[in-house]
Design a protein around this ligand. Structure first.
Ligand SMILES: Cc1cc2nc3c(=O)[nH]c(=O)nc-3n(C[C@H](O)[C@H](O)[C@H](O)COP(=O)(O)O)c2cc1C
Length: 170
């Protein structure tokens, strides 16, 4: 059975919840899925596809996601990989661009540029002066669960098609 690894690099939990929703959608489509913090994997052996999501802080991927990518970029280049970033808050901007670092990493492994989802800021989850100050000013939840499910469904469509058993008996 082919396996999908869904990884999240989250500081306050919003990106982790997006990764869990993606994982649940893929499971609903009959795929074998593991959802983990990006810190966990010691190797990617046994996983045929990877979905990697990171929160964006100050225009950059989380340090744990950057480290993961540095360590595993060769293994990622050998697999189907989808990337997503979670960041913007408030009303949906007319155009949302992935970070420059995210685009560069995607190119390096032959993946599409990261999908960008809205994020969430909850002052109760923020620690540290800066995070608390920003979270108070920009508190809100811009995640669009149907958009997230549709994106995950697109991944499932591609994987199911790629992994379909060759037809016999014609
Ligand atoms: C200090 C701070 C800086 C942030 N910088 C950015 C940013 O540069 N771009 C962006 O899109 N979102 C930014 N955000 C919003 C977060 O990325 C967003 O709230 C995200 O969903 C948090 O994910 P997490 O809960 O998984 O850590 C920032 C938030 C804080 C608190």
């Amino acid at each position: 059975m082919k396996r999908v690894l869904v990884l999240h690099a989250s500081k306050m939990g919003a990106t982790k919840e997006i990764a869990e929703a993606i994982g649940a959608e893929l499971v609903g489509r009959g795929l074998h899925v593991t959802v983990h913090d990006v810190l966990e994997p010691r190797a990617l052996d046994g996983y045929d596809a990877v979905v990697l999501g990171t929160a964006i802080y100050a225009g950059r991927w989380r340090p744990t996601a950057r480290r993961f990518f540095r360590r595993f970029h060769r293994e990622l280049a050998d697999r189907r990989v989808w990337l997503f970033e979670s960041g913007w808050l408030g009303p949906r901007p007319s155009r949302v661009n992935p970070t420059a670092g995210g685009r560069r990493r995607a190119t390096r492994i032959g993946a599409d540029a990261p999908m960008v989802f809205g994020g969430k800021l909850d002052p109760d989850r923020a620690t540290g002066f800066l995070d608390r100050a920003v979270a108070k000013r920009m508190a809100g939840d811009a995640r669009d669960w149907s958009e997230i499910r549709v994106w995950a469904d697109g991944i499932a469509d591609e994987l199911v098609r790629d992994w379909a058993e060759p037809k016999t008996g014609n």
